[in-house]
Design a protein around this ligand. Structure first.
Ligand code: NAD
Ligand code: IPM
Ligand code: MN
Length: 346
C-alpha cells in the first residue's frame, strides 16, 4: 500500500501529549500508511546539548512529505533558556527555511463548542497569515543594552515578492469559498511604507479575481468586528504579526485555543509543509494530561488534506464535531481520553 513520510516534532510542554493523540487519530483515519520519524528537538535537547536545529537535522526533515509539530517553548523565565532561542531558532527557522509563506489558520464555530460571545453568529473564516516576513525576520538589534540610552528595534520586512505571493494565495482561497470575500487587515494609516506595498499589491491582484469581493480594515478596527460581528469575515489576509494576534482572538471566540489548528503551508511544494496547533507549550498545564488535543488532531486533518486526502480530513472533522457535541461542559477528560474518543469514532 501507499505510504507517506512524516517528520514528527513533539517539542515541549503539552506538545508531546497532544501530538501523541494527533498521531493516534491520523493512524486510524489516513488512507495511507505513515512512516514517521521522531525528532527530539526542543528545550530538553537544547539544555542538554546546546543544539536547537542542527543543519543536518533540518536537511533530514526536508526530505519528508510533511511535518507534524506539537509546540515549542520552555518554562517561562528559565535562566538557562533565553527567550526566543527555541521560538526563533527552531519554529521560525523551519517556517523560513521551508518557505511556509502561507500560515493557514481556519476559524469555525463548530456546533457543540462554546463561544464566550453572547451572539457569535455563524463564524467561519480563515486567516491567511504571511509566514516568512514582517517583524519576525530578526531584522533589528539592540544598542547600549542595559543603559538609559538603550535602543531596540525590530524592523518589519515586507518584500513585493513576499506580499504578492501570499495575497495571491488568499485570493485563490477566497475564490473557492461560497462567499468569495477577502479582507485585507493592516495598519496603512501608520505603517505607511509596508501599508502602501500591501494595499497596492492587494488592489493589483484583485483585478485577476473579479469574482472576489474585497474589503480593507485597519487592524484595530478589525478587532472590534472580531469581537462584535465575526460572522462578517470570510478570508482575511494579513502580515505575520497581525496574523499571530488575530488568530489567538479567533481561537478564543470559537471555543478556545484548545481547538485552533494551523498549517504552515508551502503552496509551491518546494519543501514539506508543517502542521501544528495555534497554541503553545502551555507550561502551566504541561505533563498533567489536561491539554485539549483537538487542535493538534484538527491540524492532522489539515495535513491529510494537504497531502491529497480530503475525504480522510473530512472524516476527522466529522469525528471531532461529533465529539464536541457530546462534550459535557467542565467534564475534565484526560488528553488521551479525548484522543481515544475521537479515534474510536473513526
Ligand atoms: P500558550 O498557548 O502555550 O498558553 C496560553 C494559555 O492557553 C495557557 O493558559 C494554556 O494552559 C492554555 N492552553 C494552550 N493550549 C491548550 C490546550 N491544548 N488545551 C487547554 N489549554 C491550553 O501560550 P503562552 O503561555 O503564551 O506560551 C507558552 C510557550 O509556548 C512560550 O514559550 C511560547 O513562546 C510558546 N509558544 C509556542 C507556539 C508554537 O509552538 N507554535 C505557539 C505559541 C506559544
Ligand atoms: C504561533 C506562535 C509563534 C508565532 C511563536 C512561538 C514564534 O505564537 O505559532 O502563533 O508567533 O508565530
Ligand atoms: Mn501565536
Amino acid at each position: 500500500t501507499a505510504s507517506s513520510t512524516l517528520a514528527v516534532i513533539p517539542g515541549d510542554g503539552i506538545g508531546p501529549e497532544v501530538t501523541a493523540e494527533a498521531l493516534k487519530v491520523l493512524e486510524v483515519a489516513s488512507p495511507v500508511r505513515f512512516e514517521s520519524t521522531r525528532y527530539d528537538l526542543g528545550a530538553e535537547r537544547y539544555l542538554a546539548t546546546g543544539e536547537v536545529l542542527p543543519d543536518s537535522v533540518l536537511a533530514e526533515i526536508r526530505g519528508h512529505d510533511a511535518i507534524l509539530l506539537g509546540a515549542v517553548g520552555g518554562k517561562p523565565n528559565d535562566p538557562n533558556l533565553p527567550p526566543g532561542i527555541l521560538e526563533r531558532g527552531l519554529l521560525l527557522r523551519l517556517r523560513f527555511e521551508l518557505d511556509h509563506y502561507v500560515n493557514l489558520r481556519p476559524s469555525r464555530l463548530l456546533p457543540g463548542s462554546a463561544s464566550p460571545l453572547a451572539e457569535p453568529g455563524d463564524i467561519d473564516f480563515v486567516v491567511v497569515r504571511e509566514g516568512t516576513e514582517g517583524p519576525y525576520t530578526g531584522n533589528g538589534g539592540a544598542l547600549r543594552v542595559g543603559t538609559p540610552a538603550e535602543v531596540a528595534t525590530e524592523v518589519s520586512v515586507n518584500t513585493a515578492y513576499g506580499v504578492e505571493r501570499v495575497v495571491r494565495d488568499a485570493f485563490a482561497r477566497a475564490a473557492k469559498r461560497p462567499r468569495k470575500k477577502l479582507t485585507l487587515v493592516h495598519k496603512t494609516n501608520v505603517l505607511v511604507n509596508a501599508g502602501s506595498l500591501w494595499w497596492r499589491l492587494f488592489e493589483e491582484v484583485a483585478a485577476e479575481f473579479p469574482d472576489v469581493t474585497t474589503d480593507y480594515m485597519h487592524i484595530d478596527a478589525a478587532m472590534i468586528f472580531m469581537a462584535t460581528d465575526p460572522a462578517r469575515f470570510d478570508v482575511i489576509v494579513t502580515d505575520n504579526l497581525f496574523g499571530d494576534i488575530i488568530t489567538d482572538l479567533a481561537a478564543a471566540i470559537t471555543g478556545g485555543i484548545g481547538l485552533a489548528a494551523s498549517g504552515n503551508v508551502n503552496p509551491d511544494r518546494t519543501a514539506p509543509s508543517m502542521f501544528e496547533p495555534v497554541h503553545g507549550s502551555a507550561p502551566d498545564i504541561a505533563g498533567q494530561q489536561k491539554a485539549d488535543p483537538t487542535a493538534a488532531i484538527l491540524s492532522g486533518a489539515l495535513l491529510l488534506d494537504h497531502l491529497g486526502h480530503p475525504e480522510a480530513a473530512a472524516r476527522i472533522e466529522a469525528a471531532v464535531l461529533a465529539d464536541l457535541s457530546e462534550r459535557a461542559p467542565g467534564a475534565g477528560r484526560r488528553t488521551s481520553e479525548v484522543g481515544d474518543a475521537i479515534a474510536a469514532r473513526l
